[in-house]
Design a protein around this ligand. Structure first.
Ligand code: SF4
Length: 61
């Protein structure tokens, strides 16, 4: 997993922040926090991406 980004279209539901609070922070829309060790939270990132209702969490492998 090289990178995680949020594409336009987030509806600010809060699901990703709930599932992986170390990685995602919903301000106006969801953001990936700076300096996060993605490998450490890989399972939760994948879960958050799978559960996003509008599928805007994109993982680059
Ligand atoms: S789960 Fe998806 S729609 Fe919900 S806050 Fe996160 S990125 Fe936005």
């Amino acid at each position: 997993m090289q990178n995680v980004k949020i594409e336009p279209g987030c509806i600010s539901c809060g699901s990703c922040e709930f599932l992986a609070p170390e990685v995602f922070q919903v301000v106006v829309t969801s953001q990936v926090k700076q300096g996060v060790d993605l490998q450490q939270y890989e399972d939760r990132i994948r879960l958050a991406a799978a559960k996003c209702p509008v599928q805007v969490i994109k993982i680059k492998e």
